[in-house]
Design a protein around this ligand. Structure first.
Ligand code: ATP
Length: 292
């Protein structure tokens, strides 16, 4: 038997770091939303007891460093499963880009194995496994729009955003999330107004959402990747209504409600950067699971 899951990326609309905790993690407050750019995760039963991972791109690990592998191992141990699984990941989400591609693959694997092995896991049980893998995996279990607190694993659901286009521009370099947080520790921080973003979402006020975009890590990553600042300037000139770097970067996204402006942004930025995508927000009623 085989099951398929969509593993959509996220963007951060607001990301604040409150400080470093005693356990070494950073305490965060961030508003995230799922976008319609997704990897495809396929899980197939294996007769022998092993976990095999295959990825469509060469620079993603296929061993126990892959978050999907870790998800499968945790589920096998928790439910004493002595069967094997082959996990095939078709990557569409740029890697190490601030879009949580690896985390979403892990969340999709949890949902897939719940179906493949008919485990009847509740959402809370899936979240429990997710939290053991990484800070963004819990959010990716359900997706949608949410405030994440703690080290990112405590999820408070928010209403969906008003519909808009998201134009993503990924500079040619990748950054390490761990390094960006380390650098953040040694720089004076600018804190975005996370509550203003929550308020704008509650009021479904698109202009206020664009005005409230903010990411405390942006200035840190920008020092390493000056191209971010140039991309932002270019997107502003073309007419994006809101512009921000996602997560620890370096992907920059622009929001617009107008299809014509999305087209202008897409065409304008394509001549400027090689990885450019225009996608919709993930619709709240779009099921993440697909049966075949
Ligand atoms: P975040 O926004 O959650 O910080 P990111 O988008 O910056 O994540 P990922 O694409 O998740 O970064 O990749 C980060 C690292 O995780 C990669 O360098 C890669 O080695 C490792 N990794 C493990 N599993 C995966 C996976 N399934 N897909 C991509 N990368 C993975």
């Amino acid at each position: 038997m085989r099951v398929f899951e969509k593993a959509p990326a996220k963007i951060n609309l607001s990301l604040d770091v409150l400080g470093k905790r005693n356990d070494g993690y950073h305490e965060v407050r961030m508003v995230m939303t799922t976008i319609d750019l997704a990897d495809r995760v396929e899980c197939e039963s294996l007769p022998e007891d092993r976990i095999a991972v295959h990825s469509s791109v060469p620079y993603v690990p296929e061993d126990d460093k892959n978050f999907a592998w870790q998800a499968a191992k945790l589920i096998k141990d928790k439910y004493s499963i002595h069967r094997g699984v082959e996990i095939m990941i078709k990557k569409q989400i740029p890697v190490a880009a601030g879009l949580a591609g690896g985390s979403s693959d892990a969340a999709a694997t949890i949902r897939a194995l719940n179906r493949l092995w008919k485990l009847g896991m509740t959402c809370e049980e899936m979240l429990e496994v997710a939290r053991k893998i990484g800070s963004d995996v819990a959010f990716c279990i359900k997706g949608g729009t949410a405030l994440a607190t703690g080290r990112g694993e405590k999820i408070h659901e928010l209403p969906p955003l008003p519909p808009c286009w998201v134009v993503l521009v990924k500079p040619g370099v990748s950054v390490s999330t761990a390094q960006i947080y380390k650098d953040w520790d040694h720089q004076p921080a600018v804190h975005p107004d996370v509550d203003a973003m929550i308020d704008a979402i509650m009021r479904r006020d698109f202009s206020a959402i664009c005005r409230s975009l903010g990411n405390t890590l942006e200035a840190v990553t920008m020092k390493k990747v000056p191209e971010i600042s140039r991309i932002k300037g270019h997107m502003r000139q073309i007419g994006a209504e809101g512009i921000l770097m996602s997560g620890s970067g370096p992907t920059v996204f622009g929001l617009t409600r107008h299809e014509s402006r999305m087209q202008r942004l897409l065409n304008g930025m394509k001549g400027y950067c090689s990885q450019v995508f225009a996608v919709r927000l993930y619709k709240p009623n779009d099921a993440l699971s697909k049966y075949e």
